[in-house]
Structures are given as C-alpha cells and as structure tokens.
Design a protein around this ligand. Sequence first.
Ligand code: XBP
Ligand code: MG
Length: 288
Amino acid sequence: MSFFEIKGEFYNRISPSVQKFDIILTYSKLEKRDMKQLKAVIFDVDGTLAETERDGHRIAFNRAFSESGLDWNWDEGLYGELLAVTGGKERIRYFLSHFHTDFQYRGDIEELIINLHAIKTRHYVALLEEHAIGLRPGVIRLMDEIRDAGIQLAIATTTTPANVMALVKSTLGEQALDWFDCIAAGDIVPAKKPAPDIFDYCLEQIGLSADECLVFEDSANGVLSSFGAKIPTVVTLNNYTQHDDFSGAITVLDHLGDPDNPCQVISGEKIKGEYVTVEDLRQLHSNG
Ligand code: XBP
Ligand code: MG
C-alpha cells in the first residue's frame, strides 16, 4: 500500500488546494530520501585498494625498460612526479616529453610505447601472481560488509583490465570478480582520469545515478574525475597523494581502518568509531 493510499482516507475531508500542497511536500521529501539512498560503492584501484604504484607499476615499468634494452630508471621520487599523468602509455609519453626530451629513436615512437606498455603489463601481472602486493587496511572487511548490506560494488580505474583482474584474483580469489557489478578499466573510455568518463561509464553500466553512489579515491586526479561525474567521494590518501588537493571530498582518511588498526580522519566529516563501517558510509553519503 502506497503512502498516498494510506493518507487517502482523510484526504477527502480536506480542501483540494491543501491536498495538492501536501502531496507536493510529501513527494519532495520522498524524492530527497530516495536520491540519498546509498546503492553502490565504487572503488578506484591503484593507491586505493592497494599500494600498487610504488611497489607494483613502477617496478614493472622499470623491468619493461630493462627488458627492452633501455637504460631508463623510474625511481620513487621521479615516479611521484610522473603520477601527475594517469595511464601507463600516457605516463611514458609524458616522461619522454617532459623528463627525457633528448631521447632519440629511429623507429615509430608510438609503437615503442605500446610495446613497452604490453611488456610492463606482463611484468605487473607476474608480480601480482607472486602475491607481491596486499590490499590496504580495511578493504576486505569493508567490501564484505558492503556486500552483506546488499549494496552494490563496482570498480572505476585508469589501469589496464588485466591488472585489475590480477589484483582481485591474487588478493581476494577468482570468485571475487563476481562481487563487482562493473569493472570499468583502462582504455574502455578514451579520456582517462581526471576526465569523468570512466565514472560516467560505470554509472551507465550499473544503471544508477551519481547521487545513489559513493566513490573511494586516493588522488587529486581521481577526485576530479569522480566530482566531474558528480559522485560524492571519500578519500583514503597514501604517501604519493598526501599533499594533493582534495577540497570537496566528504572526508579524507589515512586508510579505512580495521578493529586492530584504527584509521585517522585527516579532514572533513568524522566517522563513528575507529574504522569505517557501512553505517559510516550511509552517513557520509547522506552528508555528501
Ligand atoms: C592509476 C593509473 C594507472 C596505473 C598504471 O589508476 O594511473 O595508469 O598507474 O596502469 P587508478 P596502466 O588510480 O585510476 O586505479 O599502466 O595499466 O595504465
Ligand atoms: Mg588511484
């Protein structure tokens, strides 16, 4: 029985103009509550689910350079600067145009970049298959809670799909690939983060509107992307992104925390306890 049917009984007794006014008010309240219901949590991957940049992608890039006979070495500091650009192929292009401008190459430079990137992906996947990288604190616990609460899970990332699959399989197990209603990754959209396209694509795939979702991101480029798609966003920062501009994020945390590993709120909305729960997500989302 709908709200309007319940009210119908005594509606006949009041004047039509009052009825109309009350219906508009009631409808707008219902609409507001519906809009604010949290239906999906969308996770970024690199830096958010795991510390993959420094210990994964960077190592894999260097292995690809060395395998290809190039003496390039991306140390931790340089890699931090290169993270200004998302996407591995785009990052190599940026390196050549801003940091290694005197590089001479006789062949097709685009072909070189594509080959290097394919080799890099092979090394990255191999690294994950060795279980070299674990998930950040609280990720597994919170994903379990989200699923138990009947809230959808999705992924929106700049990285190559094979890398996401490898990370999920090596940390959560192959069956966990089914946990996600959408894994939006890599070149599926032409414009990578900070463009909103990957989040727009993800929303389209899961069939929800931006205000029914909550995003977890770790970087300014990621937050620009989720904001571009108008999705409320929570940040769990890391060493590479600790000085990024996160203005507009609902809250910024050092990580999601676990019962034996409390998290810290760096700025924004507080959480109820010492680690992020689904109850916190609902609260943060309604404040977002
Ligand atoms: C991070 C990225 C990615 C990875 C490298 O993605 O920018 O490009 O650094 O992956 P996100 P590829 O934070 O959105 O998960 O080499 O496969 O592009
Ligand atoms: Mg990231």
